[in-house]
Design a protein around this ligand. Structure first.
Ligand SMILES: [Cu+2]
Length: 111
């Protein structure tokens, strides 16, 4: 009898944590979009909460890449109309560039 009560209590706590965790994730994530146009990332700096997905879309006729300076993410060449998404699961400042045109630099800040 005591064992059953304990099991129920543990299950109730686990369920509560699961629901609270899911709610927190939904409330915190805020996805962002970056446009690649005229050889620039627009905007050049975005700030998102942990768990958010950033999507880049190339509008130029030239191919571009989204390449993290420290190797965290790398899109490969994006042709006109192509997009690339990355979900940020850790806080930090992520500098990135276009590996084809290295003067194209920008950053994502994850808090
Ligand atoms: Cu480029």
């Amino acid at each position: 009898m005591l064992l059953m009560t304990t099991k129920r209590a543990v299950a109730a706590i686990a369920l509560t944590l699961l629901v609270a965790g899911a709610g927190a994730t939904l409330a915190a994530a805020s996805d962002a979009e970056v446009t690649i146009k005229d050889f620039d990332f627009q905007p050049m700096a975005v700030t998102v909460p942990v768990g958010s997905t950033v999507t880049w879309k190339n509008l130029d006729g030239e191919p571009h890449t989204v390449t993290s300076a420290d190797g965290v993410f790398r899109s490969g060449a994006l042709d006109q109309g192509d997009s690339y998404s990355f979900r940020f699961t850790r806080p930090g400042v992520y500098a990135y560039l276009c590996s084809i045109h290295p003067r194209m630099t920008a950053k994502v800040t994850v808090k």
